[in-house]
Design a protein around this ligand. Structure first.
Ligand SMILES: [Zn+2]
Ligand SMILES: [Zn+2]
Length: 244
C-alpha cells in the first residue's frame, strides 16, 4: 500500500502544510485518514476528492476533520453533478451534534454515511482501532493489507497498550506534538522521545514523525525521535509518499 502525506501540521495549519490528513491507497482503493483544516486543497493534487472510497476521522478536534465541510460542498455541487452515493465516514459518534453544527444543517446523509470506528474490513484493507489517551474520544488506526501494516497513532499521550497495537508495523506514523522537557500535560500528545520509544518497543520498520506544530523545530523533533528509536526515521512533509 502507499501512504501520501496530505497534511501534517500539528494543531494548526502552518506555512508549509495543512493539518492532519493521510491518503492510503491499495488496489485502486482510496482510504483517507483524517481531513484537517486546509487539507482539501492539497488533496486535490493527488486525487479528485469525489473519488475517495472511505474516510476515517480519528477524532473531532478541528485539525483532524474540519475540511469535511468543504468536502460536502464538492460532493453536492460539482458542475459534473452530485456524487450519487454517500461516502463512508468512520467517526466518533458521541459528538455527532458537533459535526452537524459545523455545517449548520443536520441532514448530511446524502453525502456522508457515518459509521462508528471499529475493527472492520474497508475495501482491500483490514482496519483495527484502539481508543487513545486524548481529551476527546480518539482512535489510533492500524491498516493492514497483503501482509503489510501501517499504524497511525492519531493524537495521544503515552499508554502502554499502544506498543502492542503498533507491534511490528512496517510504517509507524506517530505524532510528536510535544517537545521533551516542556511542562507537558499528560494524556494529550507524545513527545519526540516517546514517539521514538514507541517505534523501538513496537519493533517498527520505519518511523514517520508527524503533527509537529509550526512553532516547534520539526528537524529537532525528528532528531530526538530518531535517537530514541535507533531505526529509520523521517519527518512527514506535505505531499511526500511512502511505500508501506
Ligand atoms: Zn491534532
Ligand atoms: Zn486532538
Amino acid at each position: 500500500m502507499r501512504l501520501t502525506v496530505i497534511g501534517c501540521s500539528g494543531s494548526h495549519p502552518g506555512p508549509d502544510s495543512a493539518c492532519s490528513s493521510y491518503l492510503v491507497e491499495h488496489q485502486g482503493f482510496r482510504l483517507l485518514l483524517d481531513l484537517g483544516n486546509g487539507a482539501l486543497g492539497e488533496l486535490q493534487k493527488h486525487v479528485d476528492p469525489r473519488d475517495l472510497d472511505a474516510l476515517f476521522l480519528t477524532h473531532l478536534h478541528g485539525d483532524h476533520w474540519l475540511d469535511l465541510v468543504p468536502l460536502a460542498h464538492v460532493r453536492r455541487h460539482h458542475p459534473d453533478g452530485r456524487v450519487p452515493w454517500p461516502l463512508p465516514v468512520f467517526a466518533p459518534s458521541a459528538d455527532r451534534d458537533r459535526i452537524s453544527g459545523a455545517f449548520g444543517r443536520a441532514d448530511l446523509d446524502d453525502v456522508f454515511d457515518f459509521r462508528r470506528p471499529a475493527d472492520t474490513a474497508v475495501g482491500p484493507f483490514t482496519v483495527r482501532v484502539v481508543r487513545t489517551s486524548h481529551p476527546v474520544e480518539t482512535y489510533a488506526v492500524r491498516v493492514e493489507s497483503a501482509g503489510r501494516a501501517l499504524v497511525y497513532t492519531a493524537d495521544t499521550g503515552w499508554f502502554p497498550e499502544l506498543v502492542r497495537f503498533a507491534g511490528s508495523a512496517d510504517v509507524l506514523l506517530a505524532e510528536a506534538g510535544f517537545v521533551d522537557g516542556a511542562a507537558n500535560p499528560s494524556g494529550v500528545h507524545l513527545t519526540a522521545t516517546q514517539a521514538g520509544e514507541l517505534a523501538k518497543e513496537a519493533n517498527a520498520g520505519r518511523l514517520v514523525v508527524t503533527h509537529v506544530a509550526p512553532w516547534h523545530d520539526a528537524a529537532a523533533q525528528v532528531r530526538t525521535a530518531a535517537a530514541a528509536f535507533g531505526g529509520p526515521t523521517e519527518l512527514a512533509r506535505r505531499g511526500v509518499a511512502f511505500d508501506v
